[in-house]
Ligand binder design. Sequence first.
Ligand code: PEP
Ligand code: MN
Length: 337
Amino acid sequence: MIVITILGTPEAEIVKLIKQIESMGLTVHRSMGHRYCVLGIVGDTSIIDKDSLEASSIVKRVMHVQEPFKRANRLFHPENSQINVSDEIIGGKKLAIMAGPCSVESEDQICSIAEAVKESGARFLRGGAYKPRTSPYSFQGMKEEGLELLKTARAKTGLPIVTEIMSPQLIEKFVEDVDIIQVGARNMQNYDLLRELGRIRKPILLKRGLSATIEELLMSAEYILAGGNQDVILCERGIRTFETYTRNTLDISSIPAIKRLSHLPVIVDPSHAAGMWWMVEPLALAAVAAGADGLIVEVHNDPENAKCDGYQSIKPARFDELINKIRPVAKVVGRDI
Ligand code: PEP
Ligand code: MN
């Protein structure tokens, strides 16, 4: 249930109302918008008499929320959420462009890619240090050493770093070292991990699970938000369908759907969606046209010899072309790079 108070209600009255609702054994999440105070009530709200609550002199509106996600719901937070990462805003007018290799492989590799993508207009550096691989015999990432190399690349370029976490044991280290913590598709429903990430104050990039519905993605975001961490960025990266031509099927419709349902920013990963380097550009353009708040793109200086996801990685020169093609599309939909 969502309760919106009347404009200009004194703080003491709002606190009194919250206490009254909490005394019924319900949890109240409060959100201050530009104009209104919105209270999200979680628990068995059937015990609340909607009419008498609405009759209160400080209540403007009471709404039953159909969706099971509350804090991620746009009703709870009507304005778009904007997430500040080292003074770069995600979810504002400027597109959040993240680029870099699937995996960190060496200092030379990550630093040269970081410099190239920055030059082209990327605002964040991606790179996996701990890799979730389908086969236990495949390259598993450079782990701690990879994190150190990402930090070196950040020091050289100033680009904030985004990298994937797989285990709750690493949270402390990631909070210290990383600017955006990525939760990969395979861990979207690792609820212990999500709960722990709710306790920290660090932006989380939550990727949609391989076969997760939009509602399941938003419920996973809810785990993080419910813990108090408000900085969640959603990522559409393609889903499993009956189509096998592409690695996944990019669900373009999820972008306007998520925008309607939720206030959280949504970015698109055309690389994992396509699985093929030559499809990255059209999918990226489509994502921006459909209203995505940004892109996360795999860029590699030597894709043929990449340790992971080489076939879907584009070279820095092609990334530069891609950014130049995105500029006019972004402008049409009222965005900048
Ligand atoms: C990745 O970003 O390299 C990755 C493994 O992505 P996903 O979790 O979407 O498969
Ligand atoms: Mn990858």
